[in-house]
Design a protein around this ligand. Structure first.
Ligand code: PLP
Length: 399
Protein backbone atom coordinates (compact mmCIF):
# COMPACT_ATOMS: atom_id res chain seq x y z
CA UNK A 1 0.00 0.00 0.00
CA UNK A 2 1.33 3.39 -1.02
CA UNK A 3 2.45 5.69 1.82
CA UNK A 4 3.48 9.31 1.64
CA UNK A 5 6.40 10.34 3.81
CA UNK A 6 7.13 14.03 3.21
CA UNK A 7 6.19 16.73 5.71
CA UNK A 8 3.17 18.93 5.03
CA UNK A 9 4.82 21.78 6.92
CA UNK A 10 8.26 21.79 5.30
CA UNK A 11 8.94 24.98 3.34
CA UNK A 12 11.51 25.56 0.66
CA UNK A 13 14.78 27.14 1.79
CA UNK A 14 14.92 30.90 1.34
CA UNK A 15 16.65 32.17 -1.81
CA UNK A 16 20.44 32.65 -1.54
CA UNK A 17 19.96 36.39 -2.08
CA UNK A 18 17.78 36.52 1.04
CA UNK A 19 20.37 34.69 3.11
CA UNK A 20 23.22 36.92 1.91
CA UNK A 21 21.32 40.12 2.58
CA UNK A 22 20.17 38.84 5.98
CA UNK A 23 23.77 38.16 6.99
CA UNK A 24 24.79 41.68 5.92
CA UNK A 25 22.02 43.15 8.04
CA UNK A 26 23.01 41.02 11.02
CA UNK A 27 26.59 42.26 10.66
CA UNK A 28 25.35 45.86 10.57
CA UNK A 29 23.38 45.49 13.79
CA UNK A 30 20.80 47.92 12.39
CA UNK A 31 17.68 45.78 12.46
CA UNK A 32 15.08 48.37 13.44
CA UNK A 33 13.41 49.88 10.39
CA UNK A 34 14.20 53.46 11.46
CA UNK A 35 17.83 52.73 12.28
CA UNK A 36 19.42 54.14 9.12
CA UNK A 37 22.70 55.80 8.19
CA UNK A 38 22.40 59.31 6.68
CA UNK A 39 20.75 59.06 3.28
CA UNK A 40 20.12 55.33 3.57
CA UNK A 41 16.76 53.93 2.47
CA UNK A 42 16.21 50.86 4.63
CA UNK A 43 15.12 47.41 3.55
CA UNK A 44 11.66 47.87 5.03
CA UNK A 45 11.03 51.08 3.09
CA UNK A 46 12.31 49.41 -0.08
CA UNK A 47 10.00 46.46 0.48
CA UNK A 48 7.07 48.86 0.85
CA UNK A 49 7.98 50.52 -2.45
CA UNK A 50 8.42 47.25 -4.28
CA UNK A 51 5.32 45.59 -2.90
CA UNK A 52 3.20 48.65 -3.69
CA UNK A 53 4.41 48.48 -7.30
CA UNK A 54 3.84 44.73 -7.48
CA UNK A 55 0.34 45.04 -6.01
CA UNK A 56 -0.53 48.12 -8.05
CA UNK A 57 -1.37 50.10 -4.91
CA UNK A 58 -0.34 53.68 -4.15
CA UNK A 59 0.62 53.03 -0.54
CA UNK A 60 2.03 50.13 1.44
CA UNK A 61 2.84 49.73 5.15
CA UNK A 62 4.94 46.81 6.39
CA UNK A 63 3.69 45.35 9.67
CA UNK A 64 4.64 42.77 12.28
CA UNK A 65 2.00 40.24 11.17
CA UNK A 66 -1.07 39.81 9.01
CA UNK A 67 -3.24 40.06 12.10
CA UNK A 68 -1.53 43.33 13.06
CA UNK A 69 -2.15 44.67 9.54
CA UNK A 70 -5.85 43.85 9.96
CA UNK A 71 -6.07 45.60 13.33
CA UNK A 72 -4.37 48.63 11.84
CA UNK A 73 -6.68 48.58 8.83
CA UNK A 74 -9.77 48.50 11.05
CA UNK A 75 -8.54 51.41 13.16
CA UNK A 76 -7.37 53.32 10.08
CA UNK A 77 -10.82 53.19 8.47
CA UNK A 78 -12.26 54.62 11.68
CA UNK A 79 -13.72 51.67 13.56
CA UNK A 80 -15.49 52.93 16.68
CA UNK A 81 -15.53 50.93 19.96
CA UNK A 82 -18.28 48.33 19.87
CA UNK A 83 -19.10 48.96 16.23
CA UNK A 84 -20.20 45.87 14.26
CA UNK A 85 -17.76 44.42 11.74
CA UNK A 86 -19.15 41.93 9.25
CA UNK A 87 -16.94 38.96 8.37
CA UNK A 88 -17.51 35.77 6.41
CA UNK A 89 -17.82 32.93 8.91
CA UNK A 90 -15.18 30.77 7.22
CA UNK A 91 -11.88 32.38 8.09
CA UNK A 92 -8.87 31.90 10.35
CA UNK A 93 -8.64 32.75 14.06
CA UNK A 94 -6.55 35.96 13.57
CA UNK A 95 -9.53 37.59 11.85
CA UNK A 96 -11.98 37.51 14.78
CA UNK A 97 -8.92 38.20 16.94
CA UNK A 98 -8.08 41.38 15.03
CA UNK A 99 -11.69 42.61 15.14
CA UNK A 100 -11.81 41.94 18.88
CA UNK A 101 -8.45 43.61 19.53
CA UNK A 102 -9.46 46.70 17.55
CA UNK A 103 -12.64 46.97 19.63
CA UNK A 104 -15.14 45.85 16.99
CA UNK A 105 -18.10 43.52 17.43
CA UNK A 106 -17.88 40.55 15.10
CA UNK A 107 -21.02 39.89 13.03
CA UNK A 108 -20.63 36.71 11.02
CA UNK A 109 -21.99 36.19 7.52
CA UNK A 110 -22.82 32.80 6.01
CA UNK A 111 -20.72 31.19 3.30
CA UNK A 112 -21.95 28.92 0.51
CA UNK A 113 -20.64 25.49 -0.45
CA UNK A 114 -17.99 27.13 -2.69
CA UNK A 115 -16.58 28.52 0.57
CA UNK A 116 -17.22 32.15 -0.33
CA UNK A 117 -19.45 34.75 1.30
CA UNK A 118 -23.20 34.42 0.71
CA UNK A 119 -24.49 37.66 -0.83
CA UNK A 120 -28.08 37.28 0.40
CA UNK A 121 -26.91 36.79 3.96
CA UNK A 122 -24.46 39.68 3.60
CA UNK A 123 -27.36 41.94 2.69
CA UNK A 124 -29.48 40.61 5.57
CA UNK A 125 -26.70 40.96 8.14
CA UNK A 126 -25.67 44.40 6.91
CA UNK A 127 -29.24 45.63 7.17
CA UNK A 128 -29.85 43.96 10.54
CA UNK A 129 -26.68 45.30 12.17
CA UNK A 130 -26.31 48.62 10.37
CA UNK A 131 -22.63 47.75 9.90
CA UNK A 132 -20.37 50.03 7.86
CA UNK A 133 -17.45 47.63 7.64
CA UNK A 134 -16.84 44.26 6.03
CA UNK A 135 -13.67 42.28 6.74
CA UNK A 136 -13.64 39.92 3.79
CA UNK A 137 -11.35 36.91 4.04
CA UNK A 138 -10.51 35.26 0.76
CA UNK A 139 -10.31 32.07 2.76
CA UNK A 140 -8.27 29.22 1.31
CA UNK A 141 -7.73 31.34 -1.78
CA UNK A 142 -11.37 31.32 -2.87
CA UNK A 143 -12.56 34.57 -4.41
CA UNK A 144 -16.22 35.58 -4.48
CA UNK A 145 -17.54 37.31 -7.60
CA UNK A 146 -15.62 40.47 -6.77
CA UNK A 147 -17.42 42.77 -9.19
CA UNK A 148 -20.84 41.75 -7.86
CA UNK A 149 -19.54 42.01 -4.30
CA UNK A 150 -18.12 45.48 -4.90
CA UNK A 151 -21.47 46.64 -6.30
CA UNK A 152 -23.40 45.12 -3.42
CA UNK A 153 -21.09 46.68 -0.82
CA UNK A 154 -21.42 50.07 -2.52
CA UNK A 155 -25.19 49.72 -2.39
CA UNK A 156 -25.09 48.71 1.30
CA UNK A 157 -22.60 51.47 2.17
CA UNK A 158 -19.99 48.96 3.31
CA UNK A 159 -16.28 49.74 3.39
CA UNK A 160 -14.39 46.57 2.51
CA UNK A 161 -11.11 45.44 4.03
CA UNK A 162 -9.73 42.48 2.11
CA UNK A 163 -7.87 39.77 3.98
CA UNK A 164 -5.55 38.46 1.27
CA UNK A 165 -3.58 36.08 3.48
CA UNK A 166 -4.36 33.25 1.02
CA UNK A 167 -4.64 35.25 -2.19
CA UNK A 168 -1.41 37.19 -2.58
CA UNK A 169 -1.09 37.03 -6.38
CA UNK A 170 -4.62 35.77 -7.10
CA UNK A 171 -6.86 37.69 -9.51
CA UNK A 172 -10.51 38.10 -10.35
CA UNK A 173 -11.04 38.94 -14.01
CA UNK A 174 -7.40 39.96 -14.24
CA UNK A 175 -7.46 42.30 -11.24
CA UNK A 176 -5.34 41.38 -8.23
CA UNK A 177 -7.09 40.50 -4.99
CA UNK A 178 -6.55 43.39 -2.63
CA UNK A 179 -7.44 45.85 -5.37
CA UNK A 180 -11.19 45.74 -4.76
CA UNK A 181 -11.59 46.98 -1.18
CA UNK A 182 -10.51 50.18 0.55
CA UNK A 183 -7.62 48.42 2.27
CA UNK A 184 -5.93 45.06 1.77
CA UNK A 185 -3.99 43.01 4.31
CA UNK A 186 -1.44 40.32 3.57
CA UNK A 187 0.40 37.90 5.81
CA UNK A 188 3.99 36.85 5.25
CA UNK A 189 4.23 34.28 7.98
CA UNK A 190 5.76 30.96 7.09
CA UNK A 191 2.63 29.24 5.75
CA UNK A 192 1.64 31.95 3.27
CA UNK A 193 2.89 32.89 -0.20
CA UNK A 194 6.05 34.64 0.99
CA UNK A 195 7.90 33.58 4.11
CA UNK A 196 9.48 35.93 6.63
CA UNK A 197 8.60 33.83 9.67
CA UNK A 198 6.16 36.51 10.79
CA UNK A 199 5.08 39.61 8.94
CA UNK A 200 2.28 41.51 7.27
CA UNK A 201 1.67 44.10 4.57
CA UNK A 202 -1.13 46.61 4.24
CA UNK A 203 -1.97 48.37 0.97
CA UNK A 204 -4.42 51.12 0.10
CA UNK A 205 -4.88 53.93 -2.41
CA UNK A 206 -6.35 56.29 0.18
CA UNK A 207 -3.79 58.83 1.52
CA UNK A 208 -5.68 59.48 4.75
CA UNK A 209 -5.96 55.77 5.58
CA UNK A 210 -2.33 55.25 4.59
CA UNK A 211 -1.15 58.05 6.89
CA UNK A 212 -3.13 56.64 9.81
CA UNK A 213 -1.83 53.15 9.08
CA UNK A 214 1.79 54.35 9.12
CA UNK A 215 1.25 56.11 12.47
CA UNK A 216 -0.67 53.16 13.89
CA UNK A 217 2.09 50.77 12.87
CA UNK A 218 4.32 52.63 15.30
CA UNK A 219 6.17 55.26 13.30
CA UNK A 220 7.26 57.50 16.21
CA UNK A 221 6.66 60.42 13.81
CA UNK A 222 9.43 59.07 11.59
CA UNK A 223 7.00 58.65 8.75
CA UNK A 224 9.40 60.24 6.30
CA UNK A 225 11.37 56.98 6.53
CA UNK A 226 8.60 55.03 4.86
CA UNK A 227 8.82 53.74 1.34
CA UNK A 228 5.30 54.05 -0.01
CA UNK A 229 3.57 56.57 2.25
CA UNK A 230 1.63 59.72 1.35
CA UNK A 231 3.32 63.12 1.59
CA UNK A 232 3.68 65.12 4.81
CA UNK A 233 0.37 66.96 4.38
CA UNK A 234 -1.60 63.74 4.87
CA UNK A 235 0.14 63.24 8.21
CA UNK A 236 -0.47 66.79 9.43
CA UNK A 237 -4.18 66.07 9.50
CA UNK A 238 -3.97 62.94 11.67
CA UNK A 239 -0.66 62.90 13.55
CA UNK A 240 -2.06 64.11 16.89
CA UNK A 241 -5.09 61.83 16.80
CA UNK A 242 -3.57 58.49 15.91
CA UNK A 243 -2.09 56.10 18.49
CA UNK A 244 1.19 54.23 18.05
CA UNK A 245 0.28 50.55 18.20
CA UNK A 246 3.86 49.24 17.71
CA UNK A 247 3.53 46.64 14.98
CA UNK A 248 6.45 47.46 12.72
CA UNK A 249 8.40 45.17 10.44
CA UNK A 250 12.19 45.07 10.83
CA UNK A 251 14.91 45.15 8.17
CA UNK A 252 15.71 41.48 8.48
CA UNK A 253 12.24 40.26 7.59
CA UNK A 254 11.91 42.90 4.90
CA UNK A 255 15.14 41.70 3.30
CA UNK A 256 13.84 38.13 3.24
CA UNK A 257 10.67 39.30 1.51
CA UNK A 258 12.43 41.55 -1.00
CA UNK A 259 14.39 38.53 -2.21
CA UNK A 260 11.22 36.46 -2.55
CA UNK A 261 9.02 38.97 -4.34
CA UNK A 262 10.70 38.48 -7.76
CA UNK A 263 10.09 34.72 -7.40
CA UNK A 264 6.43 34.99 -6.49
CA UNK A 265 5.02 34.58 -10.02
CA UNK A 266 7.20 31.50 -10.61
CA UNK A 267 6.06 30.04 -7.29
CA UNK A 268 2.43 30.68 -8.16
CA UNK A 269 2.94 28.69 -11.39
CA UNK A 270 4.54 25.90 -9.38
CA UNK A 271 1.64 25.84 -6.90
CA UNK A 272 -0.89 25.75 -9.68
CA UNK A 273 0.86 22.92 -11.50
CA UNK A 274 0.63 20.91 -8.27
CA UNK A 275 -2.98 21.95 -7.74
CA UNK A 276 -3.94 20.74 -11.21
CA UNK A 277 -2.36 17.33 -10.59
CA UNK A 278 -4.23 17.01 -7.29
CA UNK A 279 -7.49 18.16 -8.81
CA UNK A 280 -7.24 15.73 -11.73
CA UNK A 281 -6.32 12.89 -9.37
CA UNK A 282 -9.12 13.58 -6.91
CA UNK A 283 -11.67 13.86 -9.72
CA UNK A 284 -11.29 10.07 -10.15
CA UNK A 285 -13.12 9.47 -6.86
CA UNK A 286 -16.89 9.39 -6.78
CA UNK A 287 -16.82 10.15 -3.06
CA UNK A 288 -14.97 13.43 -3.37
CA UNK A 289 -16.54 16.58 -4.75
CA UNK A 290 -14.11 19.14 -6.11
CA UNK A 291 -15.57 22.59 -6.50
CA UNK A 292 -14.62 23.90 -9.95
CA UNK A 293 -12.87 27.26 -9.96
CA UNK A 294 -14.80 29.97 -11.80
CA UNK A 295 -13.16 31.06 -15.07
CA UNK A 296 -12.82 34.63 -13.75
CA UNK A 297 -10.60 33.43 -10.92
CA UNK A 298 -6.81 33.13 -11.32
CA UNK A 299 -6.06 31.36 -8.09
CA UNK A 300 -2.93 30.37 -6.21
CA UNK A 301 -3.16 26.65 -5.49
CA UNK A 302 -1.26 26.70 -2.22
CA UNK A 303 -4.02 24.59 -0.68
CA UNK A 304 -6.83 22.41 -2.00
CA UNK A 305 -10.33 21.82 -0.65
CA UNK A 306 -12.98 19.25 -1.41
CA UNK A 307 -16.24 17.97 -0.01
CA UNK A 308 -16.09 14.40 1.31
CA UNK A 309 -19.49 13.31 0.06
CA UNK A 310 -18.95 9.55 -0.36
CA UNK A 311 -19.60 8.67 3.28
CA UNK A 312 -21.92 9.82 6.04
CA UNK A 313 -20.56 12.65 8.09
CA UNK A 314 -19.90 10.48 11.13
CA UNK A 315 -17.55 8.37 9.00
CA UNK A 316 -15.45 11.28 7.73
CA UNK A 317 -13.09 11.13 10.75
CA UNK A 318 -12.24 7.51 9.82
CA UNK A 319 -11.55 8.53 6.24
CA UNK A 320 -9.33 11.40 7.42
CA UNK A 321 -7.56 9.08 9.87
CA UNK A 322 -7.04 6.52 7.06
CA UNK A 323 -5.35 9.17 4.95
CA UNK A 324 -3.33 10.30 7.97
CA UNK A 325 -2.11 6.75 8.63
CA UNK A 326 -0.71 6.77 5.09
CA UNK A 327 1.03 10.11 5.58
CA UNK A 328 -1.57 12.40 3.99
CA UNK A 329 -2.57 15.20 6.34
CA UNK A 330 -6.10 16.37 5.69
CA UNK A 331 -7.84 18.91 7.83
CA UNK A 332 -11.55 18.29 8.34
CA UNK A 333 -13.57 21.36 9.21
CA UNK A 334 -16.44 19.38 10.67
CA UNK A 335 -14.45 18.44 13.79
CA UNK A 336 -16.25 19.58 16.93
CA UNK A 337 -13.06 20.47 18.85
CA UNK A 338 -10.50 22.99 17.66
CA UNK A 339 -6.98 21.79 16.97
CA UNK A 340 -4.06 23.29 15.08
CA UNK A 341 -4.97 26.31 13.00
CA UNK A 342 -8.59 26.81 14.00
CA UNK A 343 -10.99 28.06 11.39
CA UNK A 344 -14.45 27.23 12.71
CA UNK A 345 -16.53 30.12 13.92
CA UNK A 346 -18.01 28.26 16.87
CA UNK A 347 -14.51 27.93 18.34
CA UNK A 348 -14.34 31.72 18.87
CA UNK A 349 -16.87 31.96 21.67
CA UNK A 350 -15.34 35.17 23.01
CA UNK A 351 -16.45 36.94 19.84
CA UNK A 352 -19.46 35.20 18.33
CA UNK A 353 -22.02 35.64 21.13
CA UNK A 354 -23.67 32.37 20.20
CA UNK A 355 -24.42 33.31 16.60
CA UNK A 356 -25.39 30.19 14.66
CA UNK A 357 -24.82 29.82 10.92
CA UNK A 358 -26.50 26.63 9.69
CA UNK A 359 -25.49 27.06 6.07
CA UNK A 360 -21.82 27.51 7.00
CA UNK A 361 -21.95 24.57 9.37
CA UNK A 362 -23.41 22.44 6.58
CA UNK A 363 -20.75 23.53 4.08
CA UNK A 364 -17.93 22.90 6.55
CA UNK A 365 -19.32 19.55 7.74
CA UNK A 366 -17.99 17.85 4.59
CA UNK A 367 -15.04 20.16 3.92
CA UNK A 368 -11.56 18.67 3.80
CA UNK A 369 -8.56 20.84 3.24
CA UNK A 370 -4.95 20.17 2.50
CA UNK A 371 -2.01 22.49 2.22
CA UNK A 372 0.43 22.04 -0.63
CA UNK A 373 3.97 23.11 0.20
CA UNK A 374 6.29 23.70 -2.74
CA UNK A 375 8.62 21.03 -1.41
CA UNK A 376 6.11 18.53 -2.89
CA UNK A 377 6.76 17.53 -6.51
CA UNK A 378 3.99 17.01 -9.05
CA UNK A 379 4.60 13.27 -8.67
CA UNK A 380 4.11 13.66 -4.90
CA UNK A 381 0.78 15.30 -5.62
CA UNK A 382 -0.25 12.44 -7.90
CA UNK A 383 0.67 9.99 -5.13
CA UNK A 384 -1.28 11.98 -2.54
CA UNK A 385 -4.36 12.08 -4.75
CA UNK A 386 -4.11 8.34 -5.29
CA UNK A 387 -4.01 7.72 -1.53
CA UNK A 388 -7.01 9.97 -0.91
CA UNK A 389 -9.03 8.30 -3.69
CA UNK A 390 -8.06 4.89 -2.37
CA UNK A 391 -8.98 5.74 1.23
CA UNK A 392 -12.29 7.17 0.11
CA UNK A 393 -13.21 4.01 -1.77
CA UNK A 394 -12.25 1.91 1.30
CA UNK A 395 -14.41 4.17 3.48
CA UNK A 396 -17.32 3.78 1.04
CA UNK A 397 -16.95 -0.03 1.08
CA UNK A 398 -16.92 -0.19 4.87
CA UNK A 399 -20.04 1.98 4.59
C1 PLP B 1 -2.60 33.69 8.25
C2 PLP B 1 -3.87 34.39 8.14
C3 PLP B 1 -4.04 35.70 8.61
C4 PLP B 1 -2.96 36.49 9.32
O1 PLP B 1 -2.14 35.71 10.03
P1 PLP B 1 -0.85 36.19 10.87
O2 PLP B 1 -0.44 34.90 11.48
O3 PLP B 1 -1.32 37.20 11.84
O4 PLP B 1 0.13 36.74 9.90
C5 PLP B 1 -5.24 36.30 8.40
N1 PLP B 1 -6.24 35.68 7.77
C6 PLP B 1 -6.13 34.44 7.32
C7 PLP B 1 -7.28 33.83 6.59
C8 PLP B 1 -4.95 33.75 7.50
O5 PLP B 1 -4.85 32.48 7.06
Amino acid sequence: MKRFTKSFTQQQPLPEAAIERAVEILHSGRLHRYNLTPGEVGETALLEQEFAVWQGARYCVACASGGAAMQIALRAVGLKPGEPVLANAYTLAPVPGAIHAAGGALALVEINDRWVIDFDDLRRRAEATGARLLMLSHMRGRLADMEALTDLCAELGLTVIEDCAHTMGARWNGKLSGGFGKVACFSTQTYKHMNSGEGGLLTTDDPDIAARAVLLSGSYMLYDRHGAAPDAAAFEAVRYDTPNCSARMDHLRAALLRAQLPELETNIEAWNARYRVLEAGLAKSNGVRIVPRPPEESYVGSSIQFHATGVEQDRIPDFVAGCGARGVELKWFGAPEPHGFTSRYDHWRYATSGQDLPQTRKALATTCDMRVPLTFSEQDCADIAEIIVDEMSRAIKVG
